[in-house]
Design a protein around this ligand. Structure first.
Ligand SMILES: Cc1ncc(COP(=O)(O)O)c(C=O)c1O
Length: 359
């Protein structure tokens, strides 16, 4: 029997995930720093207190499995009881844990496409099936189509709000309509601090609501890996049985606490990023190629005007600029809003490469 015969065929048949290129090697090859605008990271770094908190952390002992102090800080930050908060190794792990809890083999989820790729991948990892409900031409969720697509075995509706990669918002009345459908609604608010709103206040009214958040973007802790969710207390109790007990390490716990205590500092950087997002939006509009969409996040979605998005991404890599390509449903790139210098380098690289590919 080969090793592959022992593995799950539904997983080994998956397309390999396109990893970003090795930034160090690319920088050496092109002889200058790489501008990394592909993962919606924060260019201004973590809160000043994070380094000291990490240096003082007790690495020799297992962390508090209940992340008590961190959950207390989050509870103050969000205005919800600590009994409703579960922490995880980034938002990605939370998506996996939720599907592990809710999906029986063959149950389905609804994904309002295009949206965050991990919803579909984690569903496959957890033996579920995916029902795709395409968004309309402006990327609004088609709530009637979601309702029509529901099957008896549909357990979860994913709603990314604001949406990654398109940056747009689903109105609150549509969120409520989705909640009224009686399935678990995983409301992914990864970009809430940039958008300036949340629907976490709906949690006590709708026990089927899960609000997913991350410290990767606004708090610049992407490398630390810290996410969390607001869930009904009974969901939290059941999740405690299925997660590995020490999933959130001491580094993530102390970095998260330090960040929440310095949120004024972090929110000032969020405002700088939003200003730069708006400047980049204007630069792209004035340039006039392709089409850029309004965004409530720290990134912009730009359709290429038919130019092959993957080809353009490759050409931009040669200019030392990393961005994300989306060939579906239209050829598009996603640009993280970084520093003003980074936007200027991106615009110069687009001018250099676009004409060659547009022909
Ligand atoms: C919409 C959305 N949800 C969740 C995540 C997960 O973030 P992390 O695992 O870094 O917390 C991301 C990261 O890009 C995201 O864009």
């Amino acid at each position: 029997m080969s090793l592959h015969d022992l593995m799950r065929a539904d997983l080994t048949s998956l397309e390999p995930y396109t990893l970003p290129p090795d930034v160090e090697a690319l920088s050496r090859r092109i002889g200058r720093p790489v501008v990394k605008l592909d993962s919606n990271e924060n260019p201004y770094g973590a809160a000043p207190g994070v380094a000291g908190a990490l240096a003082g952390a007790d690495a020799a002992h297992y962390p508090d499995a209940g992340a008590t102090v961190l959950r207390h800080e989050l509870s103050q930050y969000l205005g919800v009881e600590p009994e409703r908060i579960v922490c995880s190794v980034g938002g990605d792990e939370m998506i996996d844990l939720l599907l592990r809890l809710f999906l029986e083999p063959g149950d389905s989820i609804v994904d309002c496409t295009p949206s965050f790729m991990m919803y579909e991948l984690s569903t496959i990892y957890n033996h579920g099936t995916v029902i795709r409900v395409p968004r309309d031409a402006c990327f609004a969720v088609d709530v009637d189509a979601v309702e029509a697509a529901l099957e008896s075995r549909t357990k979860v509706i994913f709603l990314c709000n604001p949406n990654n990669p398109t940056g747009n918002v689903t109105p609150r009345e549509d969120v409520i309509r989705l909640l009224e459908m009686g399935r678990i609604v995983i409301l992914d608010e990864a970009y809430a601090e940039f958008a300036g709103f949340t629907h976490v206040d709906l949690a006590p009214r709708y026990p089927n609501l899960v609000v997913l958040r991350t410290m990767s973007k606004w708090a610049a802790l992407a490398g630390i890996r810290l996410g969390y969710a607001v869930v009904a207390p009974e969901v939290r109790e059941e999740m405690a049985k299925i997660k590995s007990p020490y999933n959130v390490g001491i580094a993530a716990q102390v970095a998260g606490i330090a960040s929440l205590r310095e949120r004024d500092y972090l929110m000032a950087n969020v405002r700088r990023i939003l200003e730069e997002r708006d400047r980049l939006y204007t630069l792209l509009r004035e340039w006039g190629r392709g089409a850029v969409y309004p965004s409530r996040t720290n990134f912009l979605y730009w359709t290429t005007g038919g130019v092959d998005a993957r080809g353009l991404r490759e050409a931009l890599i040669e200019q030392g600029v990393l961005v994300r390509a989306f060939p579906q449903p239209v050829q598009a790139l996603r640009f993280t809003a970084g520093t003003p210098e980074e936007s200027d380098i991106l615009m110069a690289a687009l001018e250099e490469t676009y004409g060659q590919l547009a022909g």
